[in-house]
Design a protein around this ligand. Structure first.
Ligand code: ATP
Ligand code: MG
Length: 248
């Protein structure tokens, strides 16, 4: 991974490690410089959440797992931050729920697209979509509208960790079931999600995988009951309370 050494006893060990992963991502051409700013914004929210998965985030992660297992064609959208932070975990989730991985960038350049595809392959991914870009999300400008027609274009369920607000809204207008991971419950991405997951991607992705493994034997009825029992407004309100009042 990185050649830096942080003693595990350091009280900010996890947070420092995360920063180094993002820094490494920028050096490898995977993460954009804008990604550093997004990371900083996320860290502030995570700090206020006590850097842990709240009960309501865990329930959202379970609902996301149920959506994945009910989906006909689930896709995991990958950007430069998540590729740097948890590539192996994304590949594992995709395997467990039978989802496609598709690279989708806000600051799209051919070099970064390719670097992320290669990075995911190094972490065990076989097929990675995103380079064909023969589909469009209606309502967005040309560069940001690009998706693979047989990937996100065709998906019924899309996991978008750290998606930009505009694109998250456009995807939800296309009628997709959108699972959004974003540490800011006030972010437009979280606000328009079918399932807003207010948690750090580093914790959220492996926890969705864990729930999916547990739910693999469940019937459609059981999965639908989990999906129906999830209340997005309550989840957003609980996350905001946790941040404002420390009520975790
Ligand atoms: P809006 O959604 O309100 O339009 P934005 O999407 O333009 O705002 P950015 O700061 O660009 O705002 O988006 C980055 C988002 O990603 C922030 O909401 C931040 O909390 C979130 N974020 C950053 N790092 C992580 C992480 N590791 N895990 C989860 N969320 C994160
Ligand atoms: Mg946002």
């Amino acid at each position: 991974m990185s050649d830096i050494e942080i003693p595990e006893s350091h009280p900010r060990y996890e947070s420092l490690l995360t920063r180094h992963r993002i820094e490494d991502g920028v050096e490898k051409g995977i993460t954009s410089k804008q990604g550093l700013i997004a990371q900083g914004r996320g860290e502030a929210f995570d700090y206020l959440l006590g850097e842990k998965t709240t009960e309501s985030a865990d329930a959202a992660e379970r609902a996301a797992a149920a959506h994945f297992l009910l989906a006909e064609h689930p896709v995991i959208s990958v950007n430069g931050n998540v590729a740097a932070l948890c590539p192996g975990e994304l590949v594992e989730l995709a395997e467990v729920v039978g989802a496609d991985l598709e690279v989708n960038l806000f600051n799209r350049t051919p070099e970064r697209m390719q670097a992320i595809v290669d990075h995911l392959r190094e972490h065990g991914a076989e097929e990675v979509k995103g380079l064909t870009a023969d589909g469009r999300i209606p309502g967005l400008d040309h560069e940001r509208a690009k998706v693979d027609a047989d990937g996100i274009g065709d998906a019924d369920v899309v996991l978008v960790p750290l998606e930009d607000g505009d694109r998250a809204e456009a995807l939800s207008e296309m009628g997709k079931i959108e699972l959004v991971i974003d540490l800011n419950p006030l972010s437009r991405s979280a606000q328009c999600a079918t399932v807003p997951i207010v948690d750090n991607v580093i914790r959220a992705v492996p926890n969705i995988t864990r729930h999916a493994r547990e739910l693999k034997g469940a019937s459609r009825e059981e999965l639908e009951a989990i999906v129906d029992g999830f209340d997005r407004e309550a989840a957003l309100a609980a996350a905001e309370r946790a941040i404002r009042d420390g009520d975790t």
